[in-house]
Design a protein around this ligand. Structure first.
Ligand code: 3PG
Length: 235
């Protein structure tokens, strides 16, 4: 699966900050039951990498990504524990040059950053922080001059914003923490998290182009070539 296909396969990537390793698997299972199997575990807690390892082993229906990746070493660690993809809040020369790794979704928030990533071969980017970058209006404004980039906007997005973001032609999915409220995790209220995930999926299905979303992820020229590892890594 290319990164683009992964992004189009589910409307929301829950962004998870896991403090307790015991929460990792039940949290991931609740999200998968709710219809959101693509998960981003942020490298912001001591147990983050072990949480990725556990989810990758014990929740086979989940696609586990590692978030808050800032260095090449972070990418290596993500690879070592079995992550499927990596997400970065920005882009650095070292990350842009990385040639052999798991698929990376780098962050960008200006046309120049988007063009820099595009020049390095990336076709899928995280608009971050989306709400400060101009949100859906910004994405609409750059769809004309920068049409070949697919976004996963993240940062400041809530349930009420979801439909608007997903209706943008250059948005595959969004990322966010609203699906996993801290108090619900603290109470181990997995049912509530499953309900929030289901609600997000229902909202995504309201948008007129929902049926075509997975179709938009059809492989483009070169993507189906198994030898084009770098291409699929970045697109
Ligand atoms: C993050 O860095 O935590 C993500 O961008 C999610 O942000 P959010 O809490 O605004 O959804």
């Amino acid at each position: 699966m290319t990164l683009k296909e992964l992004l189009y396969s589910s409307p929301v990537i829950p962004v998870l900050v896991i403090d307790s390793l015991d929460d990792a698997v039940p949290l991931a299972r609740a999200l998968v039951r709710g219809g959101l199997p693509n998960l981003e575990i942020t490298l912001r807690t001591d147990v983050a990498l072990e949480a990725v390892r556990k989810i990758a082993r014990e929740v086979p229906d989940a696609q586990v990504g590692v978030g808050t990746v800032r260095t090449v070493d972070d990418i290596r660690r993500a690879w070592d524990v079995g992550a499927t993809f990596a997400v970065s809040p920005g882009l650095t020369p070292a990350l842009l040059d990385l040639e052999h790794s798991i698929p990376l979704l780098p962050g960008a928030m200006t046309p120049t950053e988007i063009m820099t990533a595009f020049d390095a071969g990336f076709r899928c980017l995280k608009l971050f922080p989306a709400s400060f970058a101009g949100g859906a209006d910004f994405l609409r404004a750059i769809a004309g001059p920068l049409p070949d980039v697919t976004f996963c906007p993240t940062g400041g997005i809530r349930e009420d914003d979801l439909l608007r973001y997903l209706s943008m032609p250059n948005v595959a999915c969004v990322g966010g923490t609203w699906i996993t409220p801290k108090d619900a995790v603290a109470r181990k209220d997995w049912d509530m998290i499953e309900t929030l995930a289901r609600r997000a999926v229902a909202i995504a299905n309201e948008q007129p182009t929902a049926a075509g979303r997975s179709g938009s992820a059809a492989p483009e020229a070169g993507e189906e070539d198994p030898g084009a590892a770098l291409e699929s890594l970045r697109s």
